[in-house]
Every structure is written in structure tokens, then in C-alpha cells.
Design a protein around this ligand. Structure first.
Ligand SMILES: [Zn+2]
Length: 283
């Protein structure tokens, strides 16, 4: 699934092609994309709209359109965008004809991706606020804020980091990479991390995301660039998908465990397992 760096890569590639262009014709071939909104009404709203800016919020691509309308796209598992493709691939769900003779396709084999059109920036902000929490690499993303969100939580820190309503944009790859960089075991209860742990983890999340953006994302499954090319972050993973291979720091083998139902990669020498703590009454 595309995470923050993959969506940001798409955004950076998309913005120069799209900003200032007008959508001459919109064709939504899969009604599931706009559900529960009728695809025909979205189609007619998109037709003739000018794209002012292409932004990103967490894993959402946010198209700012003329008339204070906003298209919020989520790629989910297998969604992708292709600019000026030679042919329409199988699983094309949305076709946009742009001025200047350009075309943009939304392709999604598993059909979990969504396109939500809202009117007005208040409606846009409300939609996003209900779904995503603090955005890494913004001033609000502080160790203090993360620590206060985690206070009293007994869930594993990895599950906490993956919860989009708390931290926007971090998925399975970048959570593993960040926890390794911070030297924190993914099973440690989120509420038991110290202020120092949160300092390291906050910085590690941003470092891992930046490394992903620099490598133009990770193409371990369906993720492709606008021109169909692959990202290269999968070649730079420190722990993710490296089970049995030596840790880049200590040389001991990386282990695969399961945390909150997700395959998780860890060096249990660099990221010590939490000790079982026994609560003693009266203390
Ligand atoms: Zn290690």
C-alpha cells in the first residue's frame, strides 16, 4: 500500500502536469470509486474544472479545483495514476482528458481506492480531520504531542504509529524502518515510552519518510510512478522484508514477528524486547 513517501512522490510528479490545467472530460468507469456519491454527478462536477493545486495530506492526494471544490483521492492497496499512457491498462477506473491533449488514468486492480469530491475548504478540512492525525514534517509533529497521544495506551508502539487517526501517512514499511532507527522494539507498549524514546522515534519517523521520498518511494508491490517506473526505497530497507539477513548495525539476523496482525521486521539486539513487568499490589 502506498504510504506517505509514495503518495508524496506521485504528488510531486503530478503537480507540474496538472496545476493550471482544465479537465475537459471526466469518465468514471467504476461507481465504487465515488461511493456513496453517484459517479455521474462527480463526473459532471469534474468536467470543466481547473486544477489549481495538487496537495497531500497523510496518504490522501488533495486536488484543489476551481470553484472551491476539492477532490480527495486515496489510492488504498493498489491504486495508481498514469499520465499520458500509450494504452489504457486493464483495471482503468477513471479517465480524465486534460487540455493540451493530455490524459490521466486512475488504475486500481483491487478497487479499494476512492475519490471523494467536496465543496468548500471547511468540508475538506472536516473530512480529513475525521480520518487523519498529525502530519510528520510539520511543526505540530513533536515528541511531546506524540507522548501525550500515547499516554495510558497499552497497545504496541507499532500499532500506535500505524493508526492514521494519530499519525498521518505512516504504514507498515516506514513504521518498521522508523522503530529500527530509533532502537525501539515494536511490541513495547506505546504508553510506556519515555520522553527520550519519543524524541528518537519522532526524528526516526521523519528520517525514514525523508529517505523514502528521496528514493521516490518503495515498489514492493503495485506502486509505480506516473510514467510506470518503480521507486527504489525497497533497495535501501534497513529491516523491512530482510528476515534472516544481517542487521546493518550489529550483524545479527533480522527477525520477522507479527504485531497487531502485521508482518514486522526487527533486530532484537538493537531493539530490545520489552521485559514483562509484574504489577505488584501496593506499589
Ligand atoms: Zn542490530
Amino acid at each position: 500500500m502506498p504510504e506517505l513517501p509514495e503518495v508524496e512522490t506521485i504528488r510531486r510528479q503530478l503537480a507540474p502536469h496538472l496545476e493550471g490545467r482544465t479537465i475537459l472530460h471526466a469518465e468514471i468507469l467504476d461507481p465504487r470509486w465515488t461511493r456513496p456519491i453517484d459517479p455521474e454527478s462527480v463526473q459532471s462536477e469534474l468536467t470543466g474544472a481547473r486544477v489549481n493545486r495538487v496537495l497531500r495530506s497523510g496518504k490522501y492526494l488533495v486536488w484543489e479545483l476551481s470553484g472551491d471544490r476539492h477532490l480527495l483521492m486515496h489510492l488504498r492497496m493498489t491504486g495508481g495514476l498514469l499520465f499520458d499512457p500509450i494504452a489504457d491498462p486493464l483495471h482503468t477506473r477513471v479517465r480524465l482528458e486534460l487540455d493540451g491533449g493530455h490524459r490521466l488514468l486512475y488504475v486500481d486492480p483491487r478497487r479499494f481506492g476512492t475519490g471523494h469530491l467536496v465543496s468548500g475548504s471547511d468540508a475538506r478540512d472536516a473530512y480529513l480531520a475525521a480520518r487523519i492525525g498529525v502530519e510528520p514534517m510539520t511543526p505540530g509533529f513533536t515528541a511531546e504531542h506524540l507522548r501525550s497521544l500515547a499516554r495510558g495506551r497499552t497497545a504496541p508502539v507499532k500499532s500506535f504509529v500505524l493508526d492514521q487517526r494519530r499519525i498521518a501517512g505512516v504504514g507498515n514499511i516506514y513504521a518498521d524502518e522508523a522503530l529500527f532507527r530509533a532502537g525501539i522494539h515494536p511490541l513495547r507498549p506505546a504508553g510506556r515510552l519515555s520522553a527520550g524514546d519519543w524524541d528518537r522515534l519522532r526524528a526516526a519517523i521523519e528520517d525514514a519518510l525523508r529517505a523514502g521520498i528521496d528514493a521516490k518511494g518503495a515498489s514492493i508491490d503495485d506502486f509505480r510512478h506516473l510514467d510506470g517506473a518503480q521507486g527504489s526505497f525497497q533497495d535501501r530497507f534497513l529491516v523491512h522484508r530482510r528476515a534472516g539477513e544481517p542487521c546493518v548495525v550489529c550483524g545479527r539476523p533480522i527477525r520477522k514477528i507479527v504485531v497487531g496482525g502485521r508482518g514486522t521486521y526487527v533486530c532484537e539486539s538493537c531493539q530490545p524486547r520489552p521485559r514483562r513487568t509484574v504489577r505488584r499490589p501496593g506499589r
